[in-house]
Design a protein around this ligand. Structure first.
Ligand code: NAP
Length: 270
């Protein structure tokens, strides 16, 4: 039996949830000839590493920190990857690269009935995750306001994405009517779970927090204490993986199975 190999490259890679998610979906679908590996790839050998994986018959890989930008010269990035400036999924059959974080976020917002078209949406952050969020939200018709510690980085991000978005302080953004917040900074992520990017939040807002470790961040607690709704980021991780799975296999995987596998693995770690 020929094994169809896919995987994730990163450094370090031990903590990636992708193998359990994808392998659970292969098992649920009876795809016993598919296998998802995790591959530790040192930053100075990215080019050689990609060639080796291709030569060894890998169909594709997910790409995580610190390689998301570094792989770009060695694949053909599609329009989304070029706009976001990062590749997180490679298909070696065509040597193409895409970025499924955008669809992962937008699909998970839709799955939670968070409608963004025509709404004022506040994006906290201006790093890689925020780039995917601002691109997806602006293209979905949201009025985007970016709040970031370093305003210059927010400006550079908006310019390079080529989308329409404003830059404000958090107070200004809430005063301007922002009632949906997408949290894209690393503040509050394990092991610094007692931190929050905001001192206070208004009543009744909706928060999508991209952090999934811990499952409930301090910011999510603040929002709920103020009568709002909060959603953690595990669904985005799963749905970006589901989009990669579909790209490689042609089959859209059972998202609930992937979510359960990721959730159980995280529970064991905390
Ligand atoms: P990144 O590129 O390093 O960006 C980090 C962002 O956090 C920057 O905007 C930075 O602000 C801000 N920040 C860092 N420390 C801060 C502090 N002490 N106070 C205020 N702002 C601070 O990271 P990333 O790749 O965008 O990832 C951000 C988060 O999203 C991480 O927690 C990551 O796990 C999560 N994420 C989740 C998913 C998912 O599928 N759920 C996908 C991607 C990322 P400056 O610009 O001022 O430095």
């Amino acid at each position: 039996m020929t094994i169809h190999k896919v995987g994730v490259i990163g450094f370090p890679i031990d903590h990636s949830l992708s193998p359990v998610m994808h392998n659970a979906a292969f098992a649920a679908l009876g795809m016993t000839d598919w296998l998802y590996d995790k591959i530790a790839l040192m930053p100075d050998i990215v080019k050689i590493g990609l060639r080796e994986l291709r030569d060894h018959g890998y169909i594709g890989v997910n790409v995580t920190i610190p390689h998301k930008q570094a792989v770009m010269p060695f694949v053909k990035p599609d329009a989304i990857a070029r706009a976001v400036g990062a590749v997180n999924t490679i298909d070696f059959r065509k040597n193409t690269g895409t970025n499924t974080d955008v669809i992962g976020l937008m699909d998970d917002l839709a799955a939670h009935d968070v409608m963004v078209s025509g709404e004022t949406v506040i994006v906290l952050g201006a790093g890689g995750a925020a780039r995917a969020a601002v691109y997806g939200l602006a293209n979905a018709g949201a009025q985007v306001i970016v709040v970031n510690r370093t305003a210059d980085k927010a400006r550079e991000m908006i310019e390079s994405l080529g989308v329409k978005a404003e830059i404000m302080s958090a107070d200004q953004a809430f005063d301007a009517g922002g009632r949906i917040v997408i949290h894209c900074t690393s503040v509050g992520m394990h092991p610094k779970a007692d931190e929050s990017p905001l001192e206070a939040v208004p009543q009744g807002i909706t928060l999508y927090d991209m952090i999934y470790r811990p499952a409930k961040t301090r910011l999510m607690g603040q929002v709920e204490a103020a009568g709002g709704r909060s959603i953690g980021g595990l669904g985005m991780l799963v749905r970006q993986g589901a989009a990669a799975f579909k790209l490689w296999t042609g089959v859209y995987p059972p998202v609930d199975v992937m979510l359960q596998a990721a959730h159980e693995t995280l529970e064991k770690r905390i």
